[in-house]
Ligand binder design. Structure first.
Ligand SMILES: [Ca+2]
Length: 228
């Protein structure tokens, strides 16, 4: 009888542990693009298939959609730009329910992509050719730009957004415009690779359409030491 009770207890405990394991596995596969992840200890914070954990600071990463590294970017270390006093502006600013979705929200270090509840995204009015601009205050060689999209609806508006790097007299487009597929991921981090890296002291993100709305929850920049 004692042996039977022990067996029942062991079976029950085993079931509990199995359920906990399954729960952990379930959490692991729910790391969607834009989710924080741990680049050094990927389990259980694994990004879903088709994404990878991109390190943005020590022990902190973000699941991003694609990684298309070009040979000339790979040649030198790519490091995250740490801009202490970012100067930003945008073509217009949406005010909704008394909240101003100002340009600085896109570089405030807060990755919350819930635009309405988080109140940490930049948002223009719906207009022709909306833009957002970051003044780097010094010339840098930009290798890639990450744009965190909103997750609480209307995220497809980011489709067609382009990244420009340059200065007052000249801009070059970095990589390809944000695709409709990439913009369709709620809260997704859209990684735009500059190939080759582009030197400039300002970053412009714009949507070259007659009627569009630009909404950016966070921007990250990576640089290399030399351009070409
Ligand atoms: Ca933000």
């Amino acid at each position: 009888m004692k042996a039977y009770i022990c067996l029942v207890v062991l079976v029950c405990l085993g079931s509990v542990f199995a359920a906990e394991t399954n729960k952990a596995d379930e959490v692991a596969v729910k790391q969607y693009p834009g989710s924080p992840c741990d680049p050094l200890s990927p389990s259980p914070y694994q990004c879903i298939e088709g994404t990878f954990c991109l390190e943005v600071s020590p022990k902190v990463g973000i699941c991003v959609v694609t990684r298309k590294r070009m040979a000339n970017v790979e040649a030198s270390p790519v490091t995250l730009v740490d801009f202490a006093n970012p100067q930003t502006e945008q073509s217009s600013t949406l005010t909704f329910n008394g909240v101003d979705y100002v340009s600085g929200n896109a570089v405030d270090g807060n990755f919350n992509s819930d635009l309405i509840n988080g109140e940490t995204c930049a948002h223009t009015e719906t207009e022709g050719h909306p833009w957002w601009r970051l003044n780097l205050l010094e010339s840098r060689c930009i290798a890639q730009v990450g744009i965190v999209n909103r997750r609480d609806g209307s995220y497809v508006r980011l489709a067609g957004a382009e990244v420009l790097v340059g200065g007052i007299h000249r801009h070059e487009r970095c990589g390809s415009p944000v695709s409709a597929e990439s913009a369709n991921i709620p809260g997704g981090m859209n990684l735009v690779i500059c190939d080759p890296p582009i030197r400039g002291d300002e970053i412009v993100i714009h949507i070259p359409k007659d009627e569009a709305t630009l909404q950016i929850c966070e921007v990250l920049l990576w640089e290399v030491s030399t351009c070409g």
